[in-house]
Unconditional design. Structure first.
Lengths: 217, 217
DNA sequence: CGCGAACTTGACGATTTTCAAAGCGAGTGG
DNA sequence: CCACTCGCTTTGAAAATCGTCAAGTTCGCG
């Protein structure tokens, strides 16, 4: 399945539990509780696995594509059959589930303990490590989120977020980004502002060919 | 393994990945990032499964018993062998992992979107549903946490937490609790203050013999 | 009975949100 | 080609929430 920006994927199709595997692009898992505003619970990168039952009951949950990308969608039972036949698939799924829990633990610490600047720094470091490419002017990466999306991920107000971004640009840590794109001029300085940076770079945050980004921390 | 209050269990023993299954009592999974204070990432109730890799790398993580309880500890490889032999075990582990992700999603929403009163209400509802027993004066349950622990779970300050508790007692939603024990006088009113209450009661929050608590919501 | 640790409570202060107005960019139609 | 409008972002001032600090209280324990 190809996905377009903003496209929402139903988490379960007529009652049967589904599984999704991200192939390219970034997806978000968002949850809206009654009388509360939306929370973006997780950002999902290529390789990540999502099941219908990752969403809490009695909540309006959906999987939304942030930018253009590709996803495999299948019935959970089909994936189980695959896993039963091939131990490598089984191991992959187990590892993916465990690492999802670990990343959610990190996110919980981000939401619970960090002040707003640390939260923003954490997100930028995560995206830079995951999808960034180094270039002469710094690490460049796609940033297919509206301010509101980022704010809902970090538990902040969009206005507050805007202020932080301005502050980081003024401090020369960030370049002036065009639409849907961001430039981190000084990744090390940004990482110094995020208590989670070290953990993020260890957690498979380093993608193909850009291992050097991780070592810079 | 029996555990005592405050006892910390090492998440991994000399490099091999371990798995834990909670038998009784309540455990907490806590994470401390560099230059940041402790976050209690999850509360673990009987039936919950934890693996070493649930903890993020480069973080000081540990499993701490809140009150007295019992835990099974085994090597992950041993558990895998069991699961390979018995499909029921396999299914149990998969379900447990998925429901852990769902509960962390709920916790993320709690930390990111709720104000401090809603957070406290959410925790109290969760504990009441999980470990509470109805009695003439309300729902009674063990509360084996210090103020600091609760504050670190909810991302609040202990002083702030203390104020909220006083306010809830004044509003007659809570009874005056003795040490390590709490009484919820009006579960429905408390649930009305937590946007996550409905989700919590659906998520297997209702334990043996106390199904009536859930239906009251 | 007195000590110490944990909890409570008040006043104050900092961070963050809210509200409102202004700015910018992209697409549209004259 | 240019003015125009719509949506999103930025920014300022005021307000609310929450955290900090310090003093007082309770409770368990020696």
């Amino acid at each position: 399945m190809r996905t377009r920006r903003g496209q929402a994927l139903a988490l379960s199709c007529d009652g049967t539990e589904m599984a999704f595997i991200v192939r390219s692009g970034v997806l978000t898992l968002q949850v809206t509780l009654p009388d509360s505003s939306r929370q973006i619970v997780a950002m999902l990168f290529p390789g990540d696995v999502v099941r219908s039952s990752y969403a809490p009951p009695c909540a309006d949950a959906s999987l939304v594509s942030a930018g253009a990308g590709g996803v495999w969608r299948m019935r959970l039972s089909a994936l189980e059959t695959l896993a039963a036949a091939d131990p490598a698939v089984r191991r992959y799924l187990d590892t993916a589930a465990a690492s999802r829990v670990a990343r959610q633990a990190l996110h919980a610490a981000t939401l619970g303990q960090f002040d707003c600047e640390q939260r923003v720094a954490t997100l930028l470091v995560e995206l830079a490590l995951r999808t960034g490419v180094s270039s002469p002017s710094g690490v460049v990466f796609e940033f297919p989120f509206g301010r509101k999306d980022v704010a809902d991920y970090l538990g902040l107000n969009p206005d507050t977020l805007s202020r932080i971004m301005s502050r980081l640009k003024e401090a020369r840590l960030l370049g002036h980004s065009q639409r849907n794109r961001a430039v981190v001029r000084d990744l090390a300085a940004l990482a110094a502002r995020s208590p989670a940076a070290r953990s993020l770079s260890e957690m498979g945050g380093v993608h193909f060919g850009e291992a050097s980004l991780g070592t810079a921390l």
